[in-house]
Ligand binder design. Structure first.
Ligand SMILES: *Cc1c(COP(=O)(O)O)cnc(C)c1O
Length: 389
């Protein structure tokens, strides 16, 4: 075997862009329509079809963060409102609540799935609570039956942060088709499909869809493509609200259309890699990530392991030892309650979030991406055996 220093660095994640994507983008560049136009519409339709239609509308945006912001705005979240968010998430989930002058109320996660704990949601509800934002951590669905029941009971809105959850199912239904108000997917470079930067908000409520469409583009009553193609004079539009600039470009949508077609193969590859990690890391002092319940789909956006209590090396040492062997890893996430802004603004202490905090201190995310070979993965597995056994 070659000394590890001579092997190429294995990143934690890497996009899988083929010739078809390059051709699709080149074709769009040659078409003369670069901003939001025919490709963005086609991507929205294809996305709706992928999720199975059923009255769903898809609104393409330039990031999931934008989509989450639009969702809360359309739901009327504003100053004085509280929105329940898991502490174990990316800051975007909570920051969009602040965009609207409302307050995220951080709650702890379930120690097995690392998803938001429905009991913690219940305990956090106050008269100011307006919405819940479950995050399907790593690509495993939250307990949506319990969360939707709590929401119904207390008259709360539900916006799913599905940045990791394409495709994920809960009790046989794709995330995006559940009974929440809005579900938002991310197409950031390392997500399960990518447009470089991009996202999609889906909803079954036509009023929410309409509001998100208008607010996505400056609060204008008509978008540029509509003005270009319809019979009403092209110059005419009305501004009905101070909106945002959140539209997805046609070049990004062209990329997304090809990626969406490849999603079934991407999923298969991720499932294959996750199953290999499961089988070959089983003997080590690691807590392996939870599987989806029987019959459900885990998107395997992330493969997060935790050092078992009593492991003789710490998390930081494992990350360093893997890095020394040319293997990239990451940590998802330092919980929000540990970040200065959230901690100080809301006077948060780690003891309020024992599960997320303990998980954080022992977790690392192993390389998992579709372009990774079994041989690449064997390097990670061998290195972990070497470091931990
Ligand atoms: C990636 C991510 C986001 C943000 O997605 P963008 O498309 O980069 O805005 C939000 N929430 C979670 C949990 C994420 O992982």
């Amino acid at each position: 075997m070659l000394p590890s220093e001579t092997l190429p660095f294995l990143p934690f994640a890497q996009p899988d862009i083929g010739e078809a994507e390059i051709q699709a983008v080149a074709q769009t560049l040659r078409s003369g329509w670069l901003s939001t136009g025919p490709k963005a519409r086609e991507f929205e339709q294809a996305f709706t079809n992928y999720l199975g239609g059923n009255g769903l509308q898809s609104i393409a945006v330039n990031s999931a963060t934008a989509g989450l912001h639009l969702a809360l705005e359309a739901l009327g979240i504003g100053p004085g409102d509280e929105v329940i968010v898991p502490t174990l998430t990316f800051t975007a989930t909570a920051e969009v609540v602040r965009y609207l002058g409302a307050d995220p109320v951080l709650v702890d996660v379930d120690p097995v799935t690392l998803n938001i704990d429905p009991e913690a949601i219940r305990a956090a509800i106050t008269p100011l609570t307006k919405a819940i934002m479950p995050v399907h951590y790593g690509g495993l669905a939250c307990r949506m039956d319990a969360i939707l029941a709590i929401a119904r009971e207390h008259g709360l809105k539900v916006v799913e942060d599905a940045a990791h959850a394409l495709p994920t199912t809960w009790q046989g239904q794709l995330v995006g088709q559940l009974a929440s108000d809005v579900t938002v997917f991310s197409f950031y470079a390392n997500k399960t499909i990518t447009t470089g930067e991009g996202g999609m908000a889906v909803t079954r409520d036509p009023r929410l869809a309409e509001r998100m469409r208008v607010m996505r583009l400056h609060g204008m009553s008509r978008d540029a493509f509509d003005r270009f193609t319809s019979k009403t004079p092209a110059w005419y539009y009305e501004v009905v609200a101070p909106g945002f600039k959140y539209n997805l470009t046609d070049t990004a949508a062209a990329l997304g259309l090809v990626q969406l077609q490849r999603l079934p193969q991407f999923l298969e590859r991720r499932q294959h890699l996750a199953a290999r990690y499961h089988a070959q890391l089983a003997g080590l002092p690691l807590v392996l990530p939870a599987n989806a319940p029987a019959g459900d789909v885990h998107a395997w956006h992330l493969y997060v392991v935790r050092l078992a209590p009593g492991a003789r090396v710490g998390r930081d040492e494992v990350i360093q030892a893997l890095s020394n062997r040319g293997i990239g890893t990451s940590v998802h996430y330092m919980p929000l309650h540990r970040h200065p802004y959230w901690r100080d603004r809301y006077q948060l202490r780690a003891e309020q979030f024992p599960q997320a905090d303990a998980a954080y201190q022992s977790m690392l995310s192993l390389p998992l991406f579709t372009a990774m070979t079994d041989a690449d993965q064997d390097r990670v597995i061998a290195a972990l055996h070497d470091i931990l056994a």
